[in-house]
Design a protein around this ligand. Structure first.
Ligand code: AGV
Ligand code: CA
Length: 311
């Protein structure tokens, strides 16, 4: 028993999705099998490019990257989606050197199904964006269910307000579920074990100035420089949205290497898929059990990230 787990990362190209990918590339107990990019909180072309460059700079040149093409119902603000363009132009991502291996041959939903079906042992799916691809796989290729060891998902909001601030919405939803509420409910309707990191726990880890500036102490190391730059790019979120940028996806990803940082509660819940509260996760005795992270020591998390990304 090596203790290494095979992981497929389905991300949606946000600043912290790329930080999450950086963490993954550094975890000894993770074997990254493929990356799918969901065109939700990003422009997919630069987000795939950034993903391939990150895999290239970290030596994972053989990891395939698939581009998502399934749409969501509620689009992300364009001001957020263009972060992928900015990341793709960063000098640290444009040094001479290898890009990652070939782009995957299929669109992300079909590629995810193909990866899962071909897996010799069950795989962990880390979803740091909407679960549209996964829901498609479960619908269209039910055999994938036995190939999924665990879905580790950033999303939802149980006992705290959501982070969607859109006309006609009541604000109770978290964005990754709001983009495609049916997809999240489809995954909940399956038998796959789901471990969820809702806003209840991610609210505890805002990106602080102290955390971001700590990377300055390692200036010159490309991975550390990229991490510090991505963190710096999150600033201004509080001023423009009234809500801080949090370590949403990085916190979720850190569970793969440091599960002991968290306390969990098994919550029976479901997704509201229509109306003003669409995308909201609600406790419901008839819902399916989801392993939900409830607390974390923020300091422990910041130290973990700093150590992993500057090591
Ligand atoms: O709801 C959190 C999810 C995470 O997967 N994303 C950002 C993370 O990648 C959406 C989101 C919520 N608020 C945002 C978001 C903001 N102010 N800027 C960009 N994305
Ligand atoms: Ca994300």
């Amino acid at each position: 028993m090596s203790g290494v787990r095979a992981v497929i990362h389905d991300h949606d190209g946000g600043l912290d999705d790329i930080l999450a990918l950086l963490l993954l590339t550094r975890y000894d107990n993770v074997a990254l099998r493929g990356v799918a990019v969901t065109p939700a909180d990003c422009l997919p072309v630069p987000a795939v490019s950034v993903t391939r460059k990150v895999l290239g700079m970290t030596g994972l040149t053989g990891v395939p990257v698939a581009t998502g093409e399934l749409p969501g119902r509620n689009p992300f603000p364009l001001e957020w989606r263009i972060d992928a363009l900015r990341m793709d132009a960063l000098p640290v991502l444009n040094r001479p050197g290898p890009l990652a291996g070939e782009p995957a041959g299929l669109p992300a939903h079909r590629q995810l199904a193909a990866w899962l079906l071909a897996a010799e042992a069950p795989v962990t799916v880390l979803a740091t964006g909407p679960m549209t691809n996964l829901a498609w796989c479960l619908d269209r290729c039910p055999e994938v269910e036995s190939k999924i060891a665990e879905v580790v998902f950033m999303g939802g909001a149980l006992d705290v307000p959501g982070n969607v601030d859109q006309p006609g919405h009541d604000g109770s939803a978290e964005w990754n579920i709001y983009w495609d509420p049916d997809a999240a409910q489809r995954v909940f309707d399956s038998g796959v074990p789901v471990t969820m990191f809702p806003l209840d726990v991610t609210d505890l880890v805002p990106i602080t100035g102290e955390f971001a500036r700590a990377f300055g102490g390692h200036y010159g190391d490309p991975v550390s420089d990229l991490a510090g730059t991505l963190l710096a790019m999150t600033f201004g979120t509080l001023e423009t949205t009234g809500m801080p940028y949090c370590g949403w996806d990085t916190l979720t990803t850190s569970y793969l290497a440091a599960p002991g940082m968290f306390e969990f509660e098994t919550v029976r819940c479901r997704v509201i898929t229509t109306g003003h509260g669409q995308g909201r996760t609600v406790r419901d005795d008839t819902g399916r059990p989801v392993k939900c992270a409830r607390t974390v020591d923020p300091d422990h998390f910041y130290k973990h990230c700093l150590a992993v990304l500057t090591g």
